[in-house]
Write a new protein. Structure first.
Length: 318
């Protein structure tokens, strides 16, 4: 059964009635095909109207939808000959960050991503996509490995942020994130990052200091979650909708501010309504972003990437 968000309740009611009519017809009762077509058309129009005017807070809810495709869905669909790599060679393995080698449309690549999990068991296994220092040190190791063997880097970001527990701080969380960011900036190979769900704070930037940053239409990308922002500024997490508005965390806002490069259109109703179409669209967008980068040498890539992120800072100050 499909999971509906709070603002989708009118859509849920119409689709529920539509399903009842279908069951009645399939059971050999009345011929209700005409009524089904009218109701389907009404439901589609309501879905289109609702998603045409989503607020930033509603987009945050869509980005967190439990049925939204996760990092491993993209790996399975887009990467051939997948070989996962584990461990940071210093402390241990962190399942919140997926890493490995494979082929993207025939080309060898290194892949990184944050994995939230899709059910209770996998969410606990992957710590809800919140990485610890060893995860970011693993990411740094893979980026350096990619540079050594001239492999383009692809990353898929979906995290509410780095793990905030005391053990992570004790093991150097901030330093690990900073080193991962540094490794991304210094990689002498093409680097394409895609925000597929949530892009939360330094935990996201650690895997997104890329030549090209792509973002799905209903994903979010921000220095802090709306709830965290509201709690800090107003001491009231229920003001998250207002915080989401102020944070400018939608793909449209970030494209206008030149903080991302490309917005990838999602199927009507969000990525979770047509996973196959979403995966295909992301694959095409990644390929389009990667192709021109392959023509550039390492020093040029590094210099352009550095200038790109320095310009973001200059624009923010201005």
């Amino acid at each position: 059964m499909r999971h509906f968000l709070d603002f989708e309740k009118p859509i849920a009611e119409l689709e529920g009635k539509l399903e009842e009519l279908r069951r009645t017809t399939d059971a050999g009762g009345l011929d209700l095909h005409e009524e089904i077509e009218k109701l389907r058309d009404k439901a589609e129009k309501l879905l289109a109207a609702t998603y045409a005017k989503l607020t930033p807070w509603q987009k945050a809810q869509v980005a967190r939808h439990p049925e939204r495709p996760k990092c491993l869905h993209y790996v399975e669909a887009l990467i051939e000959d997948w070989t996962p790599l584990a461990g940071d060679r210093a402390f241990g393995e962190d399942a919140a960050i997926i890493s490995g080698l494979g082929r993207f449309r025939g080309r060898p690549v290194a892949v990184l991503g944050t994995e939230k999990g899709h059910d209770t068991e996998t969410r606990v296994k992957h710590n809800f996509g919140m990485a610890k220092p060893e995860g970011y040190r693993k990411a740094r190791r893979i980026m350096q490995l990619a540079g050594r063997f001239n492999l383009p880097i692809l990353s898929f970001v979906d995290t509410s942020g780095a793990f905030p527990g005391i053990e992570a701080e004790a093991r150097g969380q901030a330093e690990a994130i900073a080193r991962s960011i540094e490794a991304g900036l210094e990689a002498p190979v093409p680097f394409v990052a895609t925000i597929i769900g949530e892009g939360g704070s330094g935990g996201a930037i650690a895997l997104a200091t890329a030549d090209r940053v792509l973002m799905l239409e209903h994903a979010i990308y921000s220095v802090i979650s709306p709830e965290g922002c509201a709690s800090i500024l107003w001491r009231d997490a229920t003001l998250a909708p207002q915080a989401a508005e102020a944070l400018k965390l939608t793909a449209e806002d970030l494209k206008r501010l030149a903080l991302i490069d490309t917005v990838i259109t999602e199927p009507l109703g969000g990525a979770h309504r047509d996973t196959a179409a979403t995966l295909a669209s992301v694959g095409d967008a990644v390929a389009a972003a990667l192709d021109p980068l392959l023509k550039l040498d390492g020093p040029t890539l590094k210099a352009r990437r550095r200038d790109k992120f320095l310009e973001m800072g200059r624009s923010a100050v201005a």
